[in-house]
Ligand binder design. Structure first.
Ligand code: FES
Length: 115
């Protein structure tokens, strides 16, 4: 039987996320209360959400033509030397480990309003 929940480890911070089968990496992070770098809000058009896949790349959905087009915006040197995916498009089907800087708890850096 296939598991309906998986885990994502986000390096270098070591954030551990529980993800539903078929959920995107970014979707799982947002649901867990994290901010994920993005300009397009998850439309798959800005490329800012890209991650380096450290392990479990075969446990992600295949990149479709639209994702591959957007990944062209990631610097060529990065694409040649690393496995990169869009966090807003790659759907998780098993445990994966990725590298992404700038993933922070949503409240980070926000000061509380005085009473
Ligand atoms: S959030 Fe813009 S491409 Fe993923």
């Amino acid at each position: 039987m296939l598991a309906d929940k998986h885990s994502i480890t986000v390096e270098p911070s070591g954030i551990e996320l529980e993800v539903h089968d078929g959920e995107t990496i970014m979707g799982a992070a947002l649901r867990a209360g994290y901010r994920w770098p993005s300009l397009c809000g998850g439309d798959g058009t800005c490329s800012i959400c890209w991650v380096e896949v450290l392990s479990g790349g075969r446990r992600l959905s295949e990149a479709g033509p639209a994702e591959r087009d957007t990944l062209e915006l990631v610097p060529a040197l990065v694409r040649r030397t690393r496995v990169v995916r869009l966090a807003c498009q790659a759907r998780v089907q098993g445990d994966v480990r990725v590298r992404k800087t700038g993933v922070k708890p949503r409240t980070s850096g926000v000061s509380e309003a005085p009473d």
